[in-house]
Design a protein around this ligand. Sequence first.
Ligand SMILES: Cc1cc2nc3c(=O)[nH]c(=O)nc-3n(C[C@H](O)[C@H](O)[C@H](O)COP(=O)(O)OP(=O)(O)OC[C@H]3O[C@@H](n4cnc5c(N)ncnc54)[C@H](O)[C@@H]3O)c2cc1C
Length: 378
Amino acid sequence: MLTRTLFEEEHHQFRAAVRRFFAAELTPNIARWEAQGQVDKSFWRACGEQGVLCPDMPEIYGGAGLDFRANAIVLEETSYTGSATPAFGVHSDIVAHYLLKYAHEDVRQAWIPRMIDGSAIACICMTEPGGGSDLKAIRTSAVREGDQYRLNGAKTFITNGVTADIAIIAARTGAEPGAKSISLFFCETDRPGYKIGRKLDKVGQASSDVAEIFFDDLMVPAHYLLGAENQGFAYMMQELPQERMSIAVTAHSAAQRAYDLTVDYVKQRQAFGHSLMEFQNTRFVLAELRTQLQVGWAHLDACMSALVAKQLSTAQAASAKLFHTELRSQVTDACVQLFGGYGYMNEYEIARLWKDTRIQRIYGGSSEIMKELISRAI
Ligand SMILES: Cc1cc2nc3c(=O)[nH]c(=O)nc-3n(C[C@H](O)[C@H](O)[C@H](O)COP(=O)(O)OP(=O)(O)OC[C@H]3O[C@@H](n4cnc5c(N)ncnc54)[C@H](O)[C@@H]3O)c2cc1C
């Protein structure tokens, strides 16, 4: 990898601390968390103590006041352990930012510090059983009744759905179809009417608790509305570029991990009296992957730099999500091939990386939706 110029000394120190912490507290637990289908809540609190959560939140709420580069370090280091969890992206890069930008000050003061110290885990409820790509088709309703809103509806595929203490909910506050009457709400998950459905059985990302959520006459105070009524779709469009960068960062780091594991493997695995590394095919495949990763890091850092400078456009973020998740798929697939049968065994980390890869081309906006967004800028 070329020397990365995106990061400064404070970031290098932060990365070293995160890496040490994950080596001691995350890596030894991956298999257990995968078996139980979720991360221990106590780990989130440990992350809070280490300053791993929401590092870019302002100091007035207890944050470190850093920028997205610190969040990216957490994502990169998580991915590089070979684990898909905890879902720091949803928590730190998405929900914390909705609260910071759009929540009532009482909500901000009550909950951002708890997101930072890990005593509150967050989820975001956008997708509905009827469709995720078409966010304008959201059917969950929120009806104003005095100083409260009454919410009814169903969400699905919600990351952190079982463990979350707080949620952001997208709901329809008017009769107008499409984007015009969508609003966003904050909500505690222990409110009457907030119901957690099935924890969903997934192909990969086994330690990520993804669930159905139902709102059955869920009442929330009027000041839990984020920003202004009927502006939710516009807010989502503003926040999605950062969400997409989170996914791109995770994807590229996981691809690097898969490549590094594979290099180690092919050097020691023997066939026909030679190490796999001695075959021209192996060397050429790895040379191609290494080249793609090198180019990818440069692109990723350029996008992060633009994001920090608030200059990353929707189309550029969509390109990053599209490129890095597709690249991760190509890289991990080629790596599994070089592992042979062992690459298909669950006990091998490369198999987990491969299984965890597939969803990244679907969630946070599918590759097809990314192409739609990019093409609109042409
Ligand atoms: C593990 C996991 C975690 C998730 N976490 C969350 C979460 O925390 N919060 C949340 O709100 N959602 C979450 N999601 C939902 C995710 O964002 C959606 O699954 C995704 O947006 C796709 O929506 P869908 O599944 O309804 O597919 P659909 O919208 O039904 O799409 C099906 C297929 O049609 C294609 N398609 C749709 N529209 C078009 C079009 N206009 N042009 C071309 N092709 C099109 C899609 O690309 C896709 O290939 C998660 C999903 C999974 C599986």
